[in-house]
Design a binder for this molecule. Structure first.
Ligand code: AMP
Length: 171
């Protein structure tokens, strides 16, 4: 299977007017498609000696945990502020209106770990940039970013020049 776009449902004006929401539920709900997507990621990264997958809150958890399981490695969540129970690093970044804060446990993985970051959608790149900043605070080596979908109109890739981005579908 190579065309994953048919498993991504577009919902106009969600969660707010003017936003075209890309819903990955059909892909996750289809065992063949979900498995095939994880296969593509695993084949791309299996020879990269990744130590740990970092998944971004919240849909990055689903993809990242499945990929970590497939690669037989650990999974670490980046969560919204206030959710992780132990000592955290935090990064605050700008949204279109207001700010958001992401956090990671300070002891999530050893310094020098080879990390792959995983999320569902890249739009402006704000979330991914903040996540990269967090992982850098743990002095890891970021090998790449695995995404289901890249919304090219927002040019998020331009914000993230230092890390290779691999996405299954471009919109
Ligand atoms: P951004 O920081 O603008 O790159 O947004 C990326 C984050 O917001 C990802 O974690 C996505 O889950 C979510 N997101 C942003 N835009 C969309 C969209 N149009 N459809 C679905 N999810 C989106």
């Amino acid at each position: 299977m190579s065309d994953f776009s048919k498993y991504i449902r577009v919902i106009p004006n969600f969660p707010t007017q003017g936003v075209s929401f890309k819903d990955i539920s059909p892909l996750l709900g289809n065992g063949v498609a979900f498995n095939a997507a994880i296969d593509v990621f695993a084949n791309r990264f299996k020879s990269e000696m990744i130590d740990v997958i970092v998944g971004i809150d919240a849909r990055g958890f689903i993809l990242g945990a499945a990929l970590a399981h497939r690669l037989d490695i650990g999974f670490v969540p980046i969560r919204k502020s206030g959710k992780l129970p132990f000592d955290c690093y935090e990064v605050t970044y700008n949204l279109e209106y207001g700010t958001d804060t992401l956090a990671i446990h300070q002891d999530a993985f050893p310094r020098g770990s080879r990390v792959l970051i995983c999320d569902d959608v890249l739009a402006t790149g704000g979330t991914l940039s903040a996540s990269i900043e967090l992982v850098n605070q743990l002095e890891a080596e970021i090998i790449g970013v695995a995404l289901l979908l890249e919304l090219t109109e927002f040019e998020g890739r331009k914000k993230v020049t230092e890390v290779p981005i691999f996405s299954l579908v471009e919109y």
